[in-house]
Ligand binder design. Structure first.
Ligand SMILES: Nc1ncnc2c1ncn2[C@@H]1O[C@H](COP(=O)(O)OP(=O)(O)OP(=O)(O)O)[C@@H](O)[C@H]1O
Length: 361
């Protein structure tokens, strides 16, 4: 299957810009996720690809087939794009059985009766729903309805599958299970997929690559590892996982590392990276990369940072303890498998575990 290319898409509603120069390419068979907070423009982007919204400018194409060309003002209607669409609401027809819901898009495509039966059986088998083909939607659980909606999205072998928050109506446990089988299904069918979610765990576990959206702009496109380990901006670091964003001033710089003074705390962090002395910087510090120790003989050899902090709060979450700490007036969130009760504690932080974001000038 050819790749999906979205180039320089802009879109505004009533004079307010919602998408600003959105660019990405989804490769054949790739699971590509649009991730970002509510209102950042993910669904609008997906709707532009589906043809449900018309961009103000830009280009959208799949291989040689141009869906939208802003220069020529040419647009292909949704039904001409051969895309599979699944929404959060499932949108199954309540008066039709499971099999009839799947037959509808095939009838519209003038597929013969015999071929319809074969394709419906095949799609329902893929989502493990063949035995419930004669039920009506109200006789199915939420998870089963969502499987039927997915089967309907793939039954006519679309070129690209577009999924808008398809798991968000499921409870937490079912969502975990659905993630696993959805990934299996996508691999088995090998279909190019664009997935919209605001759930970073879902995005990280399902995707080959993620595009992180903020305020209608793409902040970063990368693999889950790239997005987590080398976020492009403090906003991306803060949105993916639990990341402390500490403001500071760069002091001494030496051999691939800089010292960042943490506000007025009198303490500093040695951080891998480069930044000019005297400038401002933000240090990203992931909660799980901080080691807590109440040992007084924590290493002070300069290879690791040792910061002194006060425990403000400790909460037990089952798998670990979560800590709210303070270093002077700087607040830090940390996690540890161990319970510490002392009022003061040492934080051990490797310079390589710190993310350095020089201030934008
Ligand atoms: N038809 C519309 N008319 C006016 N404004 C709209 C319309 N559709 C979306 N918007 C606005 O565009 C912005 C982006 O909306 P969009 O639905 O794309 O965000 P999203 O990232 O998908 O959010 P969510 O995760 O909450 O669905 C929002 O501010 C929204 O209010």
């Amino acid at each position: 299957m050819p790749e999906l290319v979205v180039e320089n898409i802009k879109k505004s509603f009533h004079g307010t810009a919602v998408l600003e120069d959105v660019n990405f390419t989804v490769a054949d068979g790739e699971f590509f996720t649009l991730l970002g907070p509510s209102g950042c423009g993910k669904s609008t982007t997906l709707s532009c690809v589906a043809g449900l919204e018309t961009p103000d400018s830009g280009t959208i194409r799949v291989g040689d087939q141009v869906f939208f060309d802003g220069t020529r003002r040419s647009t292909v209607p949704p039904e001409g794009r051969n895309l599979g669409l699944v929404f959060q609401s499932y949108a199954l027809w309540p008066h039709m059985t499971v099999a009839d819901n799947l037959a509808l898009p095939l009838k519209l495509r003038k597929v013969t009766k015999g071929e319809q039966r074969r394709l419906i059986d095949d799609a329902l088998t893929k989502v493990d729903m063949a035995h419930l083909r004669d039920r009506y939607p109200h006789q199915l659980s939420g998870g089963q309805q969502q499987r039927v909606a997915l089967a309907r999205g793939i039954v006519y072998s679309p070129g690209v599958l577009l999924l808008d928050e398809p798991l968000s109506n499921l409870d937490a446990k079912m969502r975990d299970q659905a993630r696993v089988w959805l990934k299996d299904l996508q691999r088995e069918v090998g279909i190019t997929t664009v997935y919209v979610t605001h759930d970073q765990v879902e995005a990280m576990s399902l995707s080959d690559r993620i595009a992180v959206f903020m305020h209608g702009r793409l902040q970063q496109v990368g693999t889950p590892t790239e997005i987590y380990e080398t976020p492009a901006t403090p906003e991306v670091a803060g949105f993916i996982g639990r990341c402390n964003l500490l403001e500071g001033r760069v002091g001494a710089t030496e051999g691939g590392a800089v010292q960042v003074e943490l506000g007025e705390t009198g303490q500093h962090l040695r951080v891998a990276g480069a930044c000019s002395a005297g400038s401002s910087a933000t240090v990203g510090l992931r909660s799980e990369r901080i080691t807590l120790t109440d040992r007084a003989d924590a290493p002070h050899d300069g290879a690791v940072n040792v910061l002194r902090a006060r425990i403000e709060q400790c909460s037990y979450t089952g798998a670990r303890f979560e800590y709210e700490l303070s270093i002077g007036d700087v607040r830090v969130h940390a996690e540890s498998p161990v319970r510490h009760t002392d009022g003061e504690i040492n934080l051990i932080i490797r310079p390589d575990d710190c993310l350095l974001f020089p201030a934008q000038v």
